[in-house]
Write a protein that binds this ligand. Structure first.
Ligand code: F3S
Length: 387
């Protein structure tokens, strides 16, 4: 594996033991995956932020490191909103340990944002190389933006944040970004909601596994694509998809599609995912809400009061920049929380059935929260919450 003189100096320990170890980790990963070299990254998103995931030994490891991130880096969602954990009913012992993990990352120069939507925080452009961890964020970066990232594990993403580089393999390379299966949508998609795209991803993810799908017959906006990609990565292992005439690489590349398997998806396969089971809570914001989604929820809730718990999840940065609609949402009795989500927060485990507007949450809520899940549009979610 080729290493430039700067890499060699880091490996020789010139920038301290932590960077030396981190670069050695990236070189080892690169060798496993056949990378020819490292590539500079624009940003990192680091998983392994929840105390539940990394535990005592993970925290000790983080505390043993001594270096600062050299590119913008954020964390994946954690089990609680940092500033409002008591209100959410989180146990003080868990909160203390979680805060220690967050403090360890802060010492390493990672921004105190715990979100699966880092693309709302830092500018991420077509062709940028990244080291992101969370599957929906990886899918959005690769597919909707046309940036390039593999799905990094926590240590790999942290090593990339602390060195500014990642091994050049997988989705960083043009040849690994070509479509592998065609998905033809035979349905009238003009009135499809974000939830319908989530349901489409839920269905197609099961059919394609880890192949790169090329969709034909849909005209989704970025929030709808966000929902599609998150669900594709949840029921399948899709880290990149293309949409004919919509996603940036499908627009600039004339991919040869001859010989690829073609799968037809009809309207009935999607509509049957929408049930009307009774629920005792509603949660939206998987992936974390965009400013436009916050605005839609506020418009729908203005002047109303919720009769069932309604949780909205977004990054702190999006919440801070959209104070007025957030106030409208909270005035209804709904809650807007940062840092966490309906899947990773233990607070959702108290419910028996949860309504969501996300195909990814539909897939994960039953196992992660022990509750039944139902999908509906944001409008339907608000209607169910306000009775
Ligand atoms: Fe994000 Fe949690 Fe969904 S991390 S994609 S809101 S499961």
């Amino acid at each position: 594996m080729y290493l430039d003189p700067a890499d060699e100096r880091i490996l020789a320990g010139e920038q301290g033991e932590t960077r030396q170890k981190m670069l050695a980790l990236l070189v080892a990963l690169g060798k496993v995956f056949g990378a020819e070299r490292l590539v500079p990254i624009r940003s990192a998103q680091v998983s392994g932020a929840s105390y539940k995931t990394i535990g005592k030994y993970g925290l000790e490891w983080l505390n043993s490191l001594d270096a600062k991130a050299v590119v913008p880096a954020v964390l994946n969602p954690i089990g609680m909103p940092r500033g409002r954990w008591e209100e959410m009913g989180i146990d003080a012992d868990f909160a203390g340990k979680q805060q220690a993990v967050v403090a360890a990352y802060e010492r390493l120069g990672v921004m105190l944002e715990c979100t699966c939507t880092p693309y709302y925080l830092h500018e991420t452009l077509f062709g940028d190389h990244l080291a992101w961890s969370e599957s929906s964020a990886v899918s959005y970066a690769n597919s909707v933006i046309g940036a390039r990232t593999n799905r990094e594990g926590g240590p790999g993403a942290l090593a990339a944040a602390l060195t500014g580089k990642t091994p050049f393999y997988g989705f960083h390379l043009d040849e690994n970004r070509k479509p592998q299966v065609i998905i033809d949508i035979e349905a009238d998609t003009r009135n499809w909601s974000i939830a319908t795209y989530g349901a489409l991803g839920y269905q197609v993810g099961k059919l394609v596994g880890n192949r790169i799908p090329y969709f034909r017959g849909i005209h989704a906006d970025p929030d709808q694509l966000k929902a599609l990609g998150a669900a594709l990565a949840a029921t399948g292992a899709v880290a990149l998809y293309h949409v004919d005439g919509v996603t940036p690489e499908a627009k600039v590349n004339h991919y040869p599609l001859n010989g690829l398997e073609e799968i037809v998806v009809e309207s009935a396969e999607i509509t049957r995912i929408f049930t009307d089971i009774p629920v005792d809570a509603v949660a939206v914001g998987c992936p974390h809400c965009s400013p436009a989604e916050i605005g839609t929820i506020a418009r729908l809730l203005e002047g109303k009061h919720v009769k069932k718990p309604l949780y909205v999840f977004a990054s702190q940065s999006v919440i801070d920049k959209n104070r007025r609609p957030v106030q409208i949402i909270e005035k209804s009795g709904a809650r807007v929380y940062a840092d966490t989500c309906m899947v990773v927060s233990p607070v959702m485990e108290q419910y028996t059935a949860i309504m969501v507007n996300s195909g990814k949450a539909l897939a994960y809520v039953p196992d992660m929260c022990g509750a039944a899940a139902r999908i509906g549009s944001i409008e339907e979610c608000v209607k169910v919450a306000t009775g």
